[in-house]
Design a binder for this molecule. Sequence first.
Ligand code: NAD
Length: 446
Amino acid sequence: MNYDERLQNVSVLGAAGKMGSGILLLTAVEMADLSLKPENKGKTFCLNAIDVSPQGLAGLMKYLKVQVQKIAEKKTVMLREIYADRADLIENECIINEYVFDVMNIVRPVTTIESAYDSNLIFEAIVENRDLKTRLFSQINENNKNKPYFFTNTSSVPIHTLDEGAKLDGRVLGFHFYNPPAVQKLVELISLENNSAEMTEFAKAFAKNLRKIIVPSNDKAGFIGNGHFMRDALHGIHEVERLSKEMPYAEALYIINKVSQDFLVRPMGIFQLIDYVGVDVVKFIMEVMNPYLPDEDLHSDLLDKLFEMGVKGGQNSNGSQKDGILKYERGNPVAVFDPETKAYVDISGFKEKCDEKLGPLPGSWKPWKAVNFSRGKKEEMLKTIFTETNKMETLGAELAKAYNAKSNEIGNYLVSSGVAHNVEDVNTVMMTGFFHAYGPVNKYLK
Ligand SMILES: NC(=O)c1ccc[n+]([C@@H]2O[C@H](COP(=O)([O-])OP(=O)(O)OC[C@H]3O[C@@H](n4cnc5c(N)ncnc54)[C@H](O)[C@@H]3O)[C@@H](O)[C@H]2O)c1
């Protein structure tokens, strides 16, 4: 089966979810573009958007139409070529409308799994539940004569357990998009030894056509991205627990959040990142990874406690940040949730005192945005800021050095424990998937 044939019938499971909706959009556009090639004229292309939530699917179809319209507006020149033989399409608006129609025409929103029985490719983005994923794969595989490929978006479940559990004979691989899939450039590709060369080649070709950066990861729980993020987050939590012995918890948390953002020149502090992903999601990913890591305990009592108290973070449907470990006003942290008193403590009450304790930022310091988008000067700016930090002996500088050393250690561990092929891959994942200005394996801070 060649590339185009494989993509003639595809199903996305969990299509109405955060990840599923983006995967569906990207796949729908790729399939529509194939269907419009002259050699594919008259062939049927079908993309099943499968989800248990009918309301979710209704929302998905609206989202899809808006997004496809935007995509079409950006490629009118190409669309004009595609529809060159359509004398009836003269105005840009007509061409755009036709393209939106052609993409939407491929998509079939359904709530039943049976539609996947005719697909050649199954993209899975349902909830992070290994047993449910296994059950659905098994059911589809038993009823589908096409020997479909299964691409899973799981963040943490080792892929071979899905292969063995659903008896797929190597027809599953990890195709791990980052959130949101339509925007984020990174895809972690997790192949199994028993994957056919044809399947991995197809996966690479598909990712390439979506203009993604592919980083291969071995099949170890959490892969590279969460392998780093979960351990990095635990370091932050342990630092707060340590500092809390000598200062109030809320102040310790503010300090570590500030060190991990400002002093390390990262896009957001570690606790803001946990809130962004969701306290519940982070706790859950650790729980999924932990049984596969006999030499470590990837677990936090603090996250358990916060979760039990309903402190979850995550995103509102309009993309704004929900309150979690931190409380937000216009996207900025303004208070810290204290699990002892079960109340938020305003940062304004202790900010000045804590900033004084941390000491100043280096004189050459610039925020992440200015450094990361400084066109060709990034390396030089990072070197200057961190050379200055290295010479400082303030609490802020010392905590930053320790934080970076831990991040470095995690990066190297991901290579030595066989998760990543090399440190460059670890750095690429953190720089493209997490937007860090530099990779965790670096020589900047000592
Ligand atoms: N959210 C992220 O940042 C992120 C990033 C990378 C990978 N992932 C992974 O992607 C997957 C989906 O995560 P999400 O955040 O999009 O979750 P989500 O909760 O937003 O979406 C899950 C979707 O699956 C649907 N669903 C549940 N049971 C189903 C079933 N039996 N059949 C069909 N649909 C079903 C739900 O209705 C929902 O629409 C998970 O495996 C997660 O680990 C998430």
